[in-house]
Every structure is written in structure tokens, then in C-alpha cells.
Design a binder for this molecule. Sequence first.
Ligand SMILES: [Zn+2]
Length: 142
Amino acid sequence: MAKGTGKIRQMNITETKQLLESISALDNRKVTPETIDAWHSVIGQIPFDIAKEALKLAQQDASIKYLEPRHVFGWAKEAAFRLDKNKMPKDVKQTGFAPQPTCTDHNKPILSCKPCCHRIHKFQQAHGDADLHSFAKAEIYA
Ligand SMILES: [Zn+2]
């Protein structure tokens, strides 16, 4: 079952919950059944694979401050395009993928480093966006 394109199906509520939990891991938002329902009504029509990729893209989008379902929805088309591209056998791993800074403290990509994401988030809450980039550059990015 490793191969095959599989049928495109919409995500179920459990998958929506999974997405929200991974968002909550980054920004500590509260995930209630109501939140899940609300998100599901917006992004529930997107296949889970695409939604996961779209979420990743949305999380990398520096212009998004507080992630909303419409952001995932907005990135879904691009996500589907990228996933489709990745499926093509000729297309060997793209090297041109948006470079992500790594952190000095843990040497991890920023977006997969929970402590650093947390620091950035905390700074953003306290000081807003204006100095965020210089803070991150000075304190976090390697
Ligand atoms: Zn780190």
C-alpha cells in the first residue's frame, strides 16, 4: 500500500483535531470541541494530506500572526500543487525549498523547535511584531 495515488477524500473531524493540536502546540491556543467544529466547517473539505502541507506553509508565512482556518484554506491550492509535484518520480528532492533559519541553542529548524517557537511567540505577545525579526536574529537564529 506504499504506492498508488489513493482516493482523494476529505478529512474527518479527528484529522481536523490533529491539525489544531499541532497549531496549539506552537501558540498554546485552547482547542475546544467548538473550535474543532468551526475549523472543520471551513477546512473540512480539504484532504488531510493537503491540509497538513497547507498548515505547514501557513506556519512559515511570516505575515500570518494568528493562524485561522482561512489561512490553511488559502494555502491549500499551493499545498496541493507542491504535493503533486513531490509525487512525480522525476522530480528529485527540490533544493530550492524556502530556507528556514535554525536556532543557535538547539540547532534545529526554527519551526520545529518548540522552545524557540515559544520564545518567539512570547516576545511577540510582549513587544509586538515591530522588533520581532531583530530579536529573533539577535537571540535565536544561528
Ligand atoms: Zn531552539
